[in-house]
Ligand binder design. Structure first.
Ligand code: ATP
Ligand code: MG
Length: 425
């Protein structure tokens, strides 16, 4: 057991979310231990603004629920409680404890490969720290007495700018292979290095990502690519040979060809810039650009077999989406958009006068035009038709994207009641 370290630290509680402070004090008044934990403390020590505030406590999910008027237990694999406080939702988790993988119980269960399918064994604060993924994410702060609790030298790793897995990296990756993706995400976002063993073990366990359900991989994909650091993240995933495990073999054609990689990097860079500027981003455009080299390759092959460019693009898009979805469950609204963006490419290249209005009005015209620009900039295509489309947009600005929504409202009732995942964070 590591030595507990508690230190008085100057963390600016003014930067704390009101909701998190209220939740912590409320739990403490009810007689429980409670701390702000994880990313928020890491980010405050780094001097950046936390994205969200998580709370850890020794109260069980049921006890948490009973302590608050507005609380809901969610999750199965890993139960957490969402507490609504003010306008915020604070994620409250009960301290996790150790469990024996050979003895499956109601609370904890592992797959044959050792992956944890359920992790609801509760424990002490120290045990909770040991079950977290990275040392820099295992810092606890008590805003009532300003104590920072750091069992695993997380603060020192923040100073040294190191990503270090807690415990034996190969074991921790085996328990949850998504931790490899988290390691890369934090390394790219914080510009930290990987500690030697944290890095070395990836080669041993990367194949285990194949067992992760495609829906969870897509959730993780959104966190990796929609948060403003997609370009360094992509390069690091590729460096550690994790990219194809995440996005399938089709993503890799690019690596062989400088031109394709350049197109992908520009798309990633543009996305990051949009996030930095606070402009909206859609996974559909980025996915369409990242798989574009594969689609172009496939479609070229189909044209040599006699299909027209428009038919070939359509079938190629269908095939690539289908293969990608074996790894990542791309929700239909995005995969349909990706295929539209690809289908529009040969149509835009034709520059037919009588089709101009319809094409400009297409819901995905802007995204398709952006892909066309990237293709020209990276000499993926020889002719320049962006000038033509630039002029058409200037002539009919009111038309651009005006058919928006036509396809989004399929007939039928009850859509409003369904809970939907946000399109991007
Ligand atoms: P972000 O700023 O991206 O929200 P975060 O560190 O808060 O970063 P979350 O995904 O919100 O990351 O997770 C909250 C905390 O839960 C983490 O700091 C970490 O301690 C723990 N955690 C999350 N996922 C895992 C995992 N797969 N294995 C172990 N611990 C995890
Ligand atoms: Mg968080």
């Amino acid at each position: 057991m590591p030595t507990p370290r508690a230190a008085m630290t100057t963390i600016d509680t003014a930067a704390f979310s009101k909701g998190a402070l209220q939740v912590v004090t409320h739990l403490q008044r009810a007689g429980f231990e409670a701390y702000v934990v994880g990313g928020a403390i890491r980010d405050l020590l780094l001097g950046t603004n936390p994205k969200d505030f998580d709370v850890a406590t020794n109260a069980t999910p049921e006890e948490i629920r009973q302590t608050f008027r507005n609380a809901r237990i969610i999750g199965r694999r890993f139960q957490i409680v969402h507490v609504r406080s003010g306008g915020e939702i604070i994620e409250v988790t009960t301290f996790r404890g150790n469990h024996d993988n050979d003895q499956p119980t109601q609370a904890a269960r592992a797959s044959q490969s050792g992956r944890l399918l359920r992790d609801n064994v509760y424990g002490t604060l120290e045990e909770d720290a040991l079950r977290r993924d990275l040392t820099i994410n295992a810092l606890y702060y008590d805003p009532t007495n300003h104590q920072l609790i750091d069992f695993l030298n997380g603060a020192a790793d923040i100073t040294a700018r190191l990503i270090r897995i807690i415990g034996n990296p190969a074991d921790r990756y085996t328990e949850d292979p998504v931790r490899m993706l988290r390691v890369v995400r934090f390394a790219a976002r914080l510009e930290f290095d990987l500690e030697r063993d944290t890095e070395a073990a990836i080669a041993e366990t990367r194949h285990l990502l194949a067992d992760i359900p495609a829906a969870r991989l897509f959730d993780e994909w959104l966190k990796l690519f929609m948060n403003g650091f997609s370009e360094p993240t992509f390069m690091l995933l590729s460096h550690f040979d994790l990219l194809t495990s995440l996005m399938g073999d089709d993503i890799d054609i690019s690596m062989a060809q400088q031109r394709s990689l350049e197109l992908q990097r520009k798309a990633l860079g543009n996305t990051d810039k949009r996030v930095a500027d606070g402009r909206p981003v859609t996974p559909a455009f980025l996915l369409a650009a990242l798989y574009w080299p594969a689609v172009a390759h496939r479609s070229a092959a189909l044209t040599t077999q006699g299909e027209t460019p428009i038919q070939a693009m359509h079938s190629a898009g269908q095939q690539i989406v289908q293969q990608a979805c074996r790894r990542l469950t791309v929700p239909k609204r995005f995969s349909l958009a990706m295929r539209d963006i690809w289908d529009l490419q040969p149509r835009l290249e034709r520059m037919q006068a009588k089709k101009v209005r319809d094409l400009l009005a297409h819901r995905w015209f802007r995204a398709a035009f952006d892909l066309l620009l990237l293709r020209e900039q990276t000499s993926d295509m020889t002719s320049r038709c962006s000038d033509f489309w630039e002029q058409q947009q200037a002539k009919h600005p009111e038309l651009v994207g005006s058919a928006r929504g036509q396809r989004e409202q399929p007939p039928g009732r009850g859509r409003g009641r369904r809970r939907r995942r946000p399109s991007s964070p």
